[in-house]
Design a protein around this ligand. Sequence first.
Ligand code: ARG
Length: 457
Amino acid sequence: MAKMWEGVTSGITDSLADDFNSSIGFDSRMYAEDIKGSMVHAEMLSNKGIIAQDEAEKIIEGLEGILSDIENGTLKIDYSCEDIHMFIEAELTGRLGELGKKLHTARSRNDQVALDLRLNMRKEIDEISDLLKEFIGIICDKAEENKGIIMPGYTHLQRAQPITFGHQIMAYAMMFLRDIERLADAKKRLNISPIGSCALAGTTYNTDRFFEAEKLGFEGPCLNSIDGVSDRDFVLEILFDISAIMMHLSRFSEEIILWSSWEFKFITLDDAYTTGSSIMPQKKNPDMAELVRGKTGRVYGDLMALLTTLKGIPLAYNKDMQEDKEGVFDAVDTVKMCIKIFIGMIKTLKTIPENMLKAAQKGFINATDLADYLVKKGESFRNAYKISGKIVADCMENGYILENYPLEKYKEKSRLFESDLYDAIDLTECVNKRISFGGTGIKSVENQISVVREKLK
Ligand code: ARG
């Protein structure tokens, strides 16, 4: 096919070089953004008298036709074109003849691709945020259901203090809320229009970049045209934000994998989100959670790849920048899929309260409460800590747990112990006494759920 840029070069390229150079295989997903940008561009050109009004109308009508034909499947993308911008322009020229060639006045593919990608990423940010909101809603529901279900809370993966399952998973709601905020923040910097930067230096035509920016829903045009075509910070920010979401999903995955193992058995995953083994009949594997954890590595790779691509390239546009798209599209598709999977997996998972409670009873996780009991009776915390530690050691040696360690023995360790100590170390008591703001007590978790639900509105 004759190259649009045939002129100083013959336009005849090696076919392997064509394939290597081509981006239409992945940038065709921006066809709607490309067409939208072109429509606004044509309107601006006619507003400013650069092309005639009836010409702009015909161009816009032609572009509308192309859009609906792609959408209803009658127009197939021609993968022999170099990129989506070339394809649409060629198609328009095919339909309108010479007039189609006027569309590219006062613009370049350099500002065109920057525009398309910003529009595309803006849409993706909204989609990811909506999915996260839905997911947080599901976490709140699950937390509500399990706000009184006691489990061991861990530090260093050692049983630490009793908490509720509701409290534990609400921690994830906080992470995903921050992720939404981060995306919204990235969107602010993304929402600046590069169109009209042209190749790099702006243009001699009397264009109206403010009109184009406003029509396309941007805050305004970028202030520096060289930056307009060179900047891919918005892609990096989105990649980082997606990486953070994946990191959060991956930590959640890790806990789900642990909790559904026989060693813990705190939860069962619905069959719909597990797989069996081809050889071991007893297996029910948490593949979805493992895959999410695994895919996190790939998304980090997408971020590192673009950071590395950009680090050495001079201003303004360089073809290296074409490498921005595959990675970020991969990251966007991956994170959306992972959130969708998590929504179903969390919605359907069932907790096994007896096992959580049993685990909570075993690890002396009320030892802090035992010490606090003595403090309330007048002992200093440091002494109370030592006394409680000795009691735990004695229990371990003689096969007791704190709950059935006899009162006489307690009294031998401190004369402050009375029979009400057993109430103080009762696990439900321990949880509900944690009334500090943000703590694990039922009232506090209820508050967390309602504040988060309010934010989601
Ligand atoms: N396919 C190109 C990209 O993705 C579009 C911009 C091409 N510009 C150029 N001067 N060759 O970056």
